[in-house]
Write a protein that binds this ligand. Structure first.
Ligand code: PMP
Length: 399
């Protein structure tokens, strides 16, 4: 018999599975609101002009393709630190932060998870309720028992901050807490800056291990503004981890460009932690790929390309915001009585719309519109040609 004869079929990834079903749908007017990818008004994933320019220069330079260091390129890691903590951040200058170039934000979460699991084998890990589907899977795969802390309030379509705070305050010391630094996925509901201050305080009081995930830096208010939570943790003097990603804000999804940054107590401690995390990486994928990180570094370190990037990022951010307003206006115009204005309050690519699994099923069956069963939709998949159709479909299924 085949050595694979007894292998069972694994369940489809809930979101990628949706894309497969979407591809098989033959209706011309179909819309995929399931995936978390930014598309322009033509429904295309953009190749940013700043990226195009940096890639052209890189190809023309005709560089050899040697191995990178285990932790990735020093220039890339420095650029990531500046973007996360600010150009003259004290904790960077004092050598307390170490950064690793990783395979996207997912790679950063996995490397950080593997390391923390070795360091605190008794600790449990907590994600928000709800959270990005892959959070649970990645951290369980790292060996953690994954539980949730209260976060979303379906009644207000926002965060239930008192419940979140109470949950964090009840966690035992050295619990790992995964926090969405901005643009919460899947709900789109963020907490305020003063509430972040209380989160920092709860983490400090309880000796928690904060693991910040920032996958949408620049999609809420701007690349600098969106680091508010990261910088509050930095100012607190605590130790913490940050997983960051350039998948969305550079539209470099398939290049797998991310970073894990670890804030330690001092330079000497940083060197010890660095040596251990390098072992985690070396025994996993050895060292990261070159191209995507080199392109991002070139853009961030060139004043002109960086300005161009900030402009292109602002345009993506603004287009999503326009689509949020457009959808809400069109729902109102279609005579929907329910107030959907919360969609314009939520940030990032997603909205928890409150659509039920039955609504979602009808949208798919009757209109060829694909959304996640939880009612999560990706606003970045809406455009001037399909927003009327989507609004009409929602209006039909909710009335
Ligand atoms: N964290 C969150 C919350 C995300 O939504 C995503 C992307 N969907 C990631 C991490 C990982 O992003 P990447 O594609 O860079 O691995």
């Amino acid at each position: 018999a085949s050595i694979f004869a007894n292998v069972e079929m694994a369940p489809r990834d809930p979101i990628l599975g949706l894309t497969e079903a979407f591809k098989d749908d033959t209706r011309a007017e179909k819309v995929n609101l399931g995936v978390g990818v930014y598309q322009d008004d033509n429904g295309k994933i953009p190749l940013l002009e700043c990226v195009k320019a940096a890639e052209k220069a890189r190809v023309e330079a005709g560089l050899p393709r040697g191995y990178q260091p285990i932790e990735g390129a020093a220039a890339y890691n420095a650029a990531v630190q500046n973007l996360l903590f600010g150009d003259d951040a004290e904790l960077v200058k004092s050598g307390r932060v170490i950064t690793f170039e990783t395979l996207g934000g997912t790679g950063a979460l996995k490397v950080g998870g593997d390391y923390l699991r070795r360091l605190y084998p008794e600790a449990k890990l907590y994600i928000s309720d709800p959270s990005w589907e892959n959070h649970r899977a990645v951290f369980e795969n790292a060996g953690f028992t994954v539980e949730t802390y209260a976060y979303y309030d379906p009644a207000t379509r926002g965060a239930n901050f008192p419940a979140m705070k109470a949950a964090l305050e009840a966690l035992p010391a050295h619990s790992v807490v995964v926090l969405h630094a901005c643009c919460h996925n899947p709900t789109g509901a963020d907490i305020s800056e003063s509430q972040w201050g209380e989160v920092v305080e709860a983490c400090r009081k309880n000796d928690l291990i904060p693991f910040l995930d920032i996958a949408y830096q620049g999609f809420a208010d701007g690349p600098e503004q969106d680091t508010a939570a990261v910088r509050m943790f930095a100012d607190s003097g605590m130790q913490f981890l940050v997983a960051s990603s350039f998948s969305k804000n550079f539209s470099l999804y398939g290049e797998r460009v991310g970073a894990l940054s670890i804030v330690t107590e001092n330079k000497e401690e940083a060197a010890r932690v660095l040596s251990q995390v390098k072992r985690v990486i070396r025994t996993n994928y050895s060292n990261p790929p070159t191209h995507g990180g080199a392109v991002v570094t070139a853009v961030l370190n060139s004043p002109e390309l960086r300005k161009q990037w900030e402009g292109e990022l602002a345009a993506m951010r603004q287009r999503i915001l326009d689509m949020r307003h457009s959808l809400v206006d069109k729902l109102k115009a279609a005579g929907v009585e329910q107030d959907f204005s919360f969609i314009t309050e939520q940030r990032g690519m997603f909205s928890y719309t409150g659509l039920t699994p039955e609504h979602v099923e009808r949208m798919r069956d009757e209109f060829g519109i694909y959304a996640v069963k939880s009612g999560r939709i990706c606003l970045a998949a809406l455009n001037s040609r399909n927003v009327d159709y989507v609004a009409k479909a929602i209006a039909t299924v909710v009335s």
